[in-house]
Design a protein around this ligand. Structure first.
Ligand SMILES: [Cu+2]
Length: 133
């Protein structure tokens, strides 16, 4: 009798553990695949001045699904808020590269780069020096 009870308890305990593990795995799965409509990320974008800032931010915000884009001239970081169901960092990086700014993932073509204002040619050492103070 005593033996029977304890084996029943063991069985219950075992099932409970199994249940908890399944629940945890399910929760992790949901978190990993959830599409955040207000995802936040920061990407590196090259640029040199206030005009670059405007160009970079405009290109990012024009991208479908992007809600906010703020580029910092000092850190070269572009902070983004975007809908993951509509866009991703590759698409956003491509939009920025298309207007002439190199991102860490995607470089602007020479044609796109040369389309920016002459004082914005951030790859040029002389232009970089001109912006130091
Ligand atoms: Cu500029």
């Amino acid at each position: 009798m005593l033996l029977k009870k304890s084996s029943e308890e063991n069985f219950k305990n075992h099932n409970m553990k199994k249940y908890i593990i399944i629940l945890l795995v399910a929760m992790i799965g949901v978190t990993a695949t959830a599409q955040d409509k207000n995802a936040r990320a920061t990407i590196e974008v090259d640029g040199i001045c206030g005009m670059c800032k405007k160009r970079i931010e405009t290109a990012a915000i024009k991208t479908k699904g992007v809600k906010s884009a703020v580029w910092n001239v000092e850190t070269k970081e572009c902070s983004l808020i975007f809908d993951e169901r509509k866009t991703d960092l590759v698409i956003i990086s491509q939009s920025i590269a298309d207007v002439g700014h190199d991102t860490k993932e995607i470089k602007a073509t020479d044609e796109a780069y040369n389309s920016v204002h002459p004082c914005c040619l951030y790859r040029d050492e002389q232009v970089q020096k001109d912006h130091e103070n």
